[in-house]
Design a binder for this molecule. Structure first.
Ligand code: CA
Length: 226
């Protein structure tokens, strides 16, 4: 199991304290004190979780969290010094998984880290190229905007995303979507795909994520096909 936890905290004493407690609980903490270093670090090291202070030199935690969500579903716990800030943060839908208010006991932080890891490992989110899928709620976000998918559209997208580049026939897609082998016509899949694309393109008109493969079926591929 990857137990790398990125701790972003600019108060050295607090950072060390958190690091000690995380280590004692079997995690491998890494410390960053500067906001501008976080995104690149996460891209390179793919930590299991990020503990992210809100007020940081260089770049604030909100901004960082938003950018992380454009390419990663890494669990993020935001840490703030003001309890009233949490309501505002929740309203902004930054995509953080939990919020902790300072002052906190390091023991509580470790408990929250474990809880968030448990929850996210249960398959809460998967992501690909700006897409974040929440399996529990059948919700999909694209670049932070809710796609507003129906359950069928969600399942279709989820199935395609799981194997980027792989081509599925309409029959294979129907078997996934209607496991009870209901008789539906090929056109049903075409119409779901059409709606799915329309919803994605409503957020990014240039997005070409789901491609038709002539006479075969469909595939998910975020890279444009030349
Ligand atoms: Ca701070």
């Amino acid at each position: 199991m990857n137990g790398n936890i990125l701790v972003v905290e600019d108060e050295p004493k607090l950072a060390r304290l958190l690091s000690d407690y995380l280590k004692a609980s079997g995690f491998e903490p890494f410390l960053l004190a500067h906001g501008s270093e976080v995104v690149a670090w996460v891209r390179e090291h793919k930590p299991a979780l990020v503990l992210l202070d809100l007020m940081l030199p260089g770049r604030d935690g909100m901004d960082i969290c938003k950018e992380l969500r454009t390419f990663s579903s890494v669990p993020v716990i935001m840490v703030t010094a003001r309890v009233e800030e949490i309501d505002r943060l929740l309203g902004l839908e930054l995509g953080a998984d939990d919020y902790i208010c300072k002052p906190f006991s390091p023991r509580e932080v470790v408990a929250r880290v474990k809880a968030v890891l448990r929850r996210t490992r249960d398959g809460q989110t998967v992501q690909a190229e700006g897409l974040v899928l929440d399996e529990h709620r059948f919700r999909a976000k694209y670049h932070d905007h809710d796609l507003g998918l129906t359950a069928v559209e969600f399942k279709l997208l989820q199935f395609l995303v799981a194997n980027p580049g792989r081509i599925y026939s309409r029959q294979q897609l129907m078997d996934q979507i209607y496991p009870d082998a209901r008789i539906v016509s090929d056109r049903t899949i075409d119409s779901h795909i059409k709606k799915l694309r329309r919803k994605i393109e409503a957020i990014d008109p240039g997005a070409r994520l789901i491609h038709s493969v002539y006479s075969v079926g469909y595939k998910f591929e975020p890279v444009p096909i030349a």
